[in-house]
Design a binder for this molecule. Structure first.
Ligand SMILES: [Fe+2]
Length: 296
């Protein structure tokens, strides 16, 4: 079973346990979450002016579009206001900002039709983030920047939450990816050539679960959830924000979702910053996870 809790009043500790067990949580728009979406809209509108961002792909070649995104996305990632607003979102959601660490928020786009299918608009195969060296205690936070519909959102495949899937995660090493993969992303427009963990067996993709949240609403799920980007069959490009969190007590205690099938090496924990003051996680914890992943 996969339950979807909306605006729950349960404690944050219990919420994390339920997320690690495969449930999903949705929070209605609040001050900081609405403001983060507004910041993304403002920056996108400036970058694509005079076009409306969800419609801009209809009036420019894919190469030009990719160039605008190559400039816009890093500017959003590194915007100091975005980090402050994430701290606010976590506080609004009841997280202890002294114990919660996040990685930078990413702005993502999914063009409709066949316009762009790689690189910065990468259409992800069904995957778990834990195939990409994410810790099992990772939670993903997802916010639409403009209104979404089931046909341009993301899909969950909950039947695979605790069922192993044959996959190629053993080819993935986060440190290696950091050295080479990111720089190449901006150069790839329509053809994906980088090595990515993916399923190596046919998955039953239907029925899936799609959660349509309002702009400024927040969807929270475990990094071990099997999820995918749905082919965008609407007439509008999807713009969304996501970031990840970990709770330091859960990392220390080895809490998190079960590992049913991941064999990647390395850890992404070096990217996480404490919500209260942007300090990184202690080195020994990062090393412990990096070492554990590489011997798994
Ligand atoms: Fe993902």
């Amino acid at each position: 079973m996969c339950a979807i809790y909306v605006d729950t009043t349960m404690s944050e500790d219990e919420r994390r346990q339920r997320l690690y067990a495969g449930d999903l949580f949705v929070n209605s728009p609040a001050k900081s979450s609405a403001e983060l979406c507004a910041l993304a809209r403002e920056m996108s509108e400036e970058a694509f002016a005079p076009q409306d961002p969800p419609l801009a792909q209809d009036s420019m070649p894919a190469e030009e579009y990719a160039q605008i995104l190559a400039d816009l996305k890093p500017r959003f990632i590194h915007h100091p206001r975005a980090k402050e607003l994430i701290r606010g979102i976590l506080a609004e959601a009841g997280c202890d900002i002294e114990k919660t660490y996040f990685d930078v928020p990413r702005l993502r786009t999914m063009a409709h039709g066949d316009y762009m299918r790689a690189g910065l608009a990468l259409q992800f195969h069904p995957h778990r983030d834990t195939w990409f060296s994410a810790p099992y205690a990772q939670l993903n936070w997802w916010l639409p920047v403009y209104e979404v519909e089931p046909e341009n959102s993301m899909a969950f495949h909950p039947r695979y939450f605790d069922a192993p899937v044959k996959n190629s995660s053993s080819v993935y090493d986060y440190d290696e990816w950091n050295r080479t993969g990111r720089q190449q992303a901006a150069k790839q427009i329509t053809k994906e050539t980088r090595t990515q963990p993916e399923p190596q067996e046919e998955l039953e993709m239907e029925p899936d679960v799609r959660v349509v949240t309002p702009v400024g609403g927040v969807l929270i799920f475990s990094g071990a959830q099997m999820h995918s980007t749905v082919p965008n069959t609407t007439q509008r490009t999807r713009f969304s924000i996501d970031f990840r969190t970990v709770n330091i007590d859960d990392l220390a205690d080895g809490e998190g979702a079960p590992n049913v099938d991941s064999e990647c090496t390395g850890t992404t924990l070096g990217d996480f910053l404490r919500a209260s003051d942007l300090e990184p996680l202690p080195d020994d914890l990062i090393e412990r996870y990096g070492a554990a992943a590489s011997t798994a």
